[in-house]
Structures are given as structure tokens and as C-alpha cells.
Ligand binder design. Sequence first.
Ligand SMILES: O=C1OCCC/C1=C\Nc1ccccc1
Length: 474
Amino acid sequence: MELDPVENVLYLADSYKITHHVQYPPGTSSVYSYFECRGGKFKETCFFGLQYILKRWLVGPVVNHQMIKQAKHFYAVHFGGMDVFNEAGWAHIVEKHNGYLPLRIKAVPEGTVVPVHNVLFTVENTDPEVPWLTNWFETLLVQVWYPLIVCTNSRAQKEIIAKYLDETSDSLDGLPFKLHDFGYRGSTSVESAGIGASAHLVNFVGTDTIAGLQLCRKYYHCPMAGYSIPAAEHSTITTWRKSGESAAYMNMLEQFPGGLVSVVSDSYDIYNAVSKIWGEELRPYVLERAERGCLVIRPDSGDPCEVVVKLLNLLAENFPISTNEKGYKILPNYLRIMQGDGISYETVGKILEAVKEDGWSAENVVFGAGGALLQKFDRDTQKCAFKCSYVNINGEGHDIYKNPATDAGKKSKSGRLTLEKRGNTYITIEKGLGDPKKDLLITVFENGRLLRDYSLDEIRERAEIDLVKEWKQR
Ligand SMILES: O=C1OCCC/C1=C\Nc1ccccc1
């Protein structure tokens, strides 16, 4: 039976790694490597996504003789006839470990927020026969850069939105729904959409990226990690033609008589739609459902700061505005604005500042984000790196490092590492000088078994932002 090559750990490494087993010093018995963020856009990272990689690819009996036989032939061709594939090494893993990978991975608990330049996880071989195994899996494990950075970026936006809610409203209750994931179509694949969407769901519960819900269900014990509401897209408005714009909007109110409903309203002229259609022609119908639901008006073009503020003021001309305890204006609870265009870590604060400057509360607006939420990152955004810091050769341990004369920023940590708390922050102790009893790195994977299985709920709790924790204390 033809094996699915995607499901074969023998193909989950960069080609050059296939040739590395003969490149370590003779007598090498242990290779110990670590992962860190060396800096970048954010000064701290919210660690998330390793568990998905472990469960998806590494847990269980992941290699067998048939796979080895197939890979042997595959690599002979790939390397132009040269026999570089470590058939004996992999056969040893099948024979001695029944295909379970003799590795130990220790990681900071998912959801932990750690300042950059700290060790986030370590990898080492547990069988001295296969020291080359540690770095074989660098390729796959470093892909954690993506969920880690999406989670961090999403969380940073939560901090900004929470700040404005704290300043201009009486509650943070709506915060989990304030940033909605619109990023499915802009993702590079269904799998990557799911990974990125799950990372956002650590911080929020608003999503349209279904793939993320499935991932959270299957890999993070969360049956329903996020929610959405009935919403229009341009096609369901423009198919009524311009002459039928108000009929299209009326249809939305009729088809969804209760609960929240979102109507994108900028197909022709958002300002006309809000002042003349929603504010006049359909005003009675908007009021009629006031007790049963909420109309969410969605602009989708123009300068977000200008459009959102202008829409709030146009709505104030036709609907009853009140003032909350912080002295900021609020729409009636049956009206909200969703800004789903141009939203990013860099812009969300500017929009909320404009809203606040004009005397409006942040509670009036919810946001949607796509590309900037799930795509506009690369491994360099946080300078994610995986480096070997310790090796044992002929029974003698050596603390090792790289320190390129041409880039001091690429200097790596040396020796066996621990992650320890100092006050309310973290530090990494190098050279094996850390206290194992204080080490915050948890053995999550050992010899093919998952030793810690985090739920999304506990990750959400661990990742919670300070302002929310303070509010819960009040
Ligand atoms: O308007 C909305 O209200 C809240 C529910 C989602 C929603 C729109 N979704 C969406 C998805 C992908 C691209 C663009 C929009």
C-alpha cells in the first residue's frame, strides 16, 4: 500500500538534515538544542502551538520499516544516486523503540507570556545511539513560529482594545468579541488557516475561520472555541442591484428577525446607507427589533478613523445616543459598527483614539481582521531560532554556542538551560547552572508520548492580559 508521504516523519526535515548523522564528531551521544525568540516586533511572546505539532506529527509510533524502505529509495534519487540516508539509524528506532521517537522535549506551558531572548523549549535525544535525531526535527518544531507570532500579535491587540474599553466604558465584558477573524481566504492553506485561527482564539472568541474551530476541537480539547453571527457580504447586497439596496437591507432584517446581524453597507455609499436608509427609510424596522437583537453596520472602505467617527455621528442624528458613566457617548444597544477593513496591531489603537477623541466609547465598535491577523508575519518577526547548546562526546559534556563575528545578534545560548522566574519576569540560566527544581520548562514529550496535554481553556487563562485580571479583582 502506497504510504501517504505527508504522514512520514522521514520527509519532515530539510534535505540537508538527511546527511547530518555522519557530520557529528565520532562518539557523540547527546545533542541538546533549544528554541528562542531573539527579539523583533514584540518584546514578549505568548507561547502557543507546539502541542498541535507534537500531536499532529510526532506522538505515537510514527516510523516503521516500510517507511524506511520507501525513504531509502526516495533519497537515493533525491541525492543523485548517493546513499546518504541513515537507514540503520532509523531501523534502530523501529527495532528498539517500536517507532516511538526517543526524544525529550521540555517547553514552557502554552499560553505563557515570556520576554524575548528566553528559552521556550528544549529538545534532546534520549537514546545515545541516535544523537542526530534531535536536530532532524528542528524543521518541523521551528514552524511553531507561526502560531506563536499570531497569538502574540492578536494578544497585543487585545491589550490595546482593553485599554480603550477601560478608559471609555464601564466594562470589559465585550472584549472577547472585539476582534473577529476574517482571515480564512487570505491564509496560505486550510491547515495554516486553522493554525493561525486557533492562535487568535487563545485571546478572542470571534471567528469566521472554521478551520481554527476544528483544530481547537481536535488538538486543544475545546468543542467550540469561537462564535459568529449572520452577516452579509457584498454579493448578497449587490445582487439586489443598486435600486434594491434598501430592499437588500430590509431582507437582512426579515431573514434574521432576532439576535445580532451584520450588514456590510458600503457597496455604493456608506454615508447614504447609514443616514438615508438605516437612519430614515428602515429606521422603524431597526427600532422594532431593538429588544430582540442588534444591527451591526459594517463599512468596508475608506480611511477607518474618518469613516467610523463619521458613521457614529450620522447615527446620532437618527437614533437615541446616551452617555455612559465614563462620560462617553454610546449608541443604543441595538446598534453597533463593525470595522473589518484595514485593521492591524498598528491601526486598531489609532481608530479607537479617534473614536475616543470625538467623545465616543470603544464599546460602539467591533473589529474584523484578516491578512494582518493571520498572514503578515514571518519567522523573522520575532527572530525565532533553534540552536544546539550542549553536546556529549565520549561521555564528556560540552557547552557550545555560535557567535558570528558578522552578527552579534545571532549569538546563541550555551549549555543546558533552565527558564526561571525572577520576581514577576523570566530569565534563562545557561551552562547547566540553573536549578532543575525551579525550571519552568515542563517535559511535554518523551519517547513518543505526550506527557502534558493542555486545554484551550487553561491556555486562555494563562495568556489572559493584566487589565482583564485586574478587572476580575475589582
Ligand atoms: O460582518 C461580520 O459580522 C460578524 C461575523 C462575521 C462578519 C463577516 N465575516 C467576514 C469573513 C471573511 C471576510 C469578510 C467578512
